[in-house]
Design a protein around this ligand. Structure first.
Ligand code: G3P
Ligand code: CA
Length: 274
């Protein structure tokens, strides 16, 4: 493979609402190398693919994911938000989608996504981001590991290998969450996501035990030399969320290892793979 791995952010969210099987299917169809998903835990301990703390932004329901049982979430219709090709700066909220390709609108559990991905092993890898690390203590990471084992993605504590690469990796903005995953299964690749200025965390990151660092594209634009420094320290660089042609080309030129985007088709085209 030449160029960075192309990772579809919450699925191909320019094409279908985030965290729906339709968005993940679109990503696979266009040939994304991996798909990203955010996971949160429900009150009854089920991991679901929902980005925001509250469900009102992506469903017709109300409430906080961690305070609701799965059965309650299943009463809501999900599939409300998607990326828009013409308004990348916005998190544009559209009406709850009536598109037939949003399936039944049921909240997507992590298990349903794993079932989809493992139905054709090797078709697309997974980049799983854990949210809200403190609310449930270690249960999010423990349940994640259980699910990965259940679907054969973790075998004897090693990630399954697809196309010579781990079938999945775990990402978080929380250092605590990354450390917990490393402690539970040391062989799992981890990505420390970064939302702060790189200068403030550079030394710590370069010395850290994560396999990759994940800055936002604006941070890389402000500090492009970071990519070579991270490589010299043996870390991959996975950058989010690159949607404009200019950002995509900039990151390809810098030699980043993974490019997380709402528009995997555009990124693949610019890499000459689409
Ligand atoms: O893949 C990392 C990226 O998804 C982090 O930002 O807010 O979209 O989860 P966010
Ligand atoms: Ca995410």
């Amino acid at each position: 493979m030449t160029g960075p791995e192309v990772v579809a952010h919450r699925g191909a969210t320019a094409e279908a609402p985030e965290h729906t099987l339709a968005a993940y299917r679109d990503a696979t169809v266009v040939g994304a190398d991996a798909v990203e998903c955010d996971v949160r835990m429900t009150r009854d301990g089920v991991l679901v693919c929902v980005h925001d703390r509250r469900v009102r932004t992506t469903s017709n329901g109300r409430g906080v994911v961690s305070a609701l049982h799965l059965a309650e979430l299943e009463q809501f219709r999900f599939g409300a938000r998607r990326g828009r090709r013409d308004r990348w700066a916005d998190d544009t909220i559209t009406a709850v989608s009536d598109e037939p390709d949003v399936e039944d609108g049921r909240v997507l559990t992590l298990d349903r996504l794993l079932e989809y991905v493992t139905a054709t092993p090797g078709s697309v890898r997974l980049a799983i981001e854990t949210k809200h690390p403190t609310r449930h203590a270690k249960r999010v990471e423990q349940e994640l590991v259980r699910s990965l084992r259940r679907y054969g993605l973790l075998q004897a504590d090693r990630p399954a290998q697809w196309g010579g690469k781990p079938a999945f990796r775990v990402m978080s903005f929380s250092q605590l969450a990354v450390r917990r995953v490393q402690a539970l299964v040391p062989g799992v690749p981890t990505v420390q996501l970064i939302g702060k200025r790189l200068r403030a965390v550079r030394t710590e990151l370069l010395a850290g035990s994560m396999s990759a660092v994940g800055p936002g594209v604006a941070l890389v634009r402000a500090d492009p030399g970071f990519v070579a420094q991270a490589h010299a320290a043996g870390k991959e660089v996975h950058v989010w969320t690159a949607n404009t042609p200019a950002d995509i080309d900039f990151l390809i030129g810098l030699g980043v290892d993974a490019l997380i985007t709402d528009r995997p088709d555009e990124a693949l085209r610019r890499l000459g793979r689409g």
